[in-house]
Design a protein around this ligand. Structure first.
Ligand code: BYC
Length: 319
């Protein structure tokens, strides 16, 4: 009985902190469900950053000039860094990093649906930076105010870097859109293929989002999936107009009364198929990560052998 009362008191204090916007830190008491939700979201986010390196990594050797290559290389390296901060944030919650990564490789863990689409032309580098990083910023800026300290702090740096990513993507796509008719066509084709998957990045609509209500109550998420999707559409449509590209949605129209764009129905069947593992590149993406781990085995073994040798030498000196 006393124990149950203690827990109630801990829960009360936890909720009080949340209500007063006081951050929860790794050593603070937190309900198991809060910890589990954070591990779920942060690990999925980390996997997305790591798998997200693949579609763009595919174009590093084919960038059209040295400047584009250097910028793309830096961008992909930034994504690796984001993945590492996020795996560390996950560890502060007690998750084992090795197990977390193995869950990605076994197909058990989710990562963002967007990275299961192929990158078919250089214009896709523009579309990804502009749309995918643009959507990521929209979703991640509110996460800088997440109730869990390590996640919120990681997001501050991630968002700064995502802003640079978005701008480099917009620069690529606008240059193509102002180029030759063939280049303009490439830009339009990339927009046609990445528009709807970018809207899907925000997750299912609010009525079908099982986690949103509780995550918002805990101030992990600050906005609902639909709210952020709408903000993204409102910001991005004028950008497309500015560079002379057409959003591939015949139902898109400005609503003067609500001061928002109305847009067409998202193909939720396609979304859930991709999330379940049946998208165009799901198999290839996970397989590439699995092979990367296998191929790096000798590096890890060498590092461990070196560390052990060094430790034995130190012990011998001490003796
Ligand atoms: N794809 O109840 P819901 C980047 C899952 S990387 C796949 O709304 P929640 C970048 C969801 O996990 C950006 N699965 O969930 C990197 C849940 O399944 P479980 C990645 C999705 O968590 C490289 C179920 O559907 N950003 O920027 O409240 C290059 C029901 O959904 C998706 C983040 O990870 C999806 N799109 O909300 C360039 C941001 N959507 O776990 C760029 C952090 C939903 O119950 N994450 N699902 O089995 C979030 O903000 C939230 O987790 C979400 C989903 C908004 C994504």
């Amino acid at each position: 009985m006393e124990k149950a009362q203690d827990i109630l008191e801990l829960e009360r204090r936890f909720q009080e902190k949340i209500d007063n916007d006081i951050r929860i830190e790794p050593n603070d008491w937190m309900p198991d469900a809060y910890r589990k939700t954070l591990i779920r979201q942060i690990s999925q986010h980390a996997h997305s950053e790591i798998v997200g390196m693949l579609p763009e990594g595919n174009w590093i050797t084919r960038a059209p000039n040295l400047r584009r290559k250097a910028v793309l290389l830096a961008k992909v390296q930034d994504e690796a860094g984001h993945g590492l901060y996020l795996y560390s944030a996950c560890e502060t919650l007690g998750a084992d990093r090795e197990e977390t990564i193995d869950d990605l490789h076994s197909g058990k863990a989710k990562y963002s649906s967007i990275f299961n689409y192929p990158t078919l032309s250089w214009a896709d580098m523009g579309a990804i930076g502009w749309l995918v990083d643009g959507a990521a910023i929209m979703n991640q800026v509110p996460l800088c105010r997440c109730s869990y300290g390590p996640y919120a702090r990681a997001m501050v740096r991630v968002c700064k870097e995502e802003s640079f990513h978005q701008r480099q993507g917009f620069e690529i796509i606008s240059k193509l859109a102002q180029g030759s008719p063939e280049q303009k066509e490439m830009a339009q084709d990339a927009l046609n293929r990445f528009w709807w998957p970018s809207l899907m990045m925000f997750g299912p609509s609010d009525d079908d989002s099982p986690n949103s209500a509780q995550s918002m109550k805990w101030k992990i998420k600050r906005n609902s999936n639909d709210e952020l999707r709408q903000l993204f559409v409102d910001v991005t449509v004028p950008q497309a107009e500015m560079i002379g590209l057409k959003i591939p949605d015949n139902d898109l129209k400005w609503n003067e009364a609500t001061q928002h764009y109305e847009f067409g129905e998202i193909d939720w069947t396609e979304f859930w198929e991709v999330v379940k593992g049946n998208g165009p590149c799901n198999y290839e993406r996970v397989e590439t990560r699995r092979k990367a781990k296998e191929n790096g085995e000798w590096v890890r073994a060498a590092a461990v052998a070196y560390a052990e040798k060094k430790k034995n030498k130190e012990l011998a000196v001490e003796a």
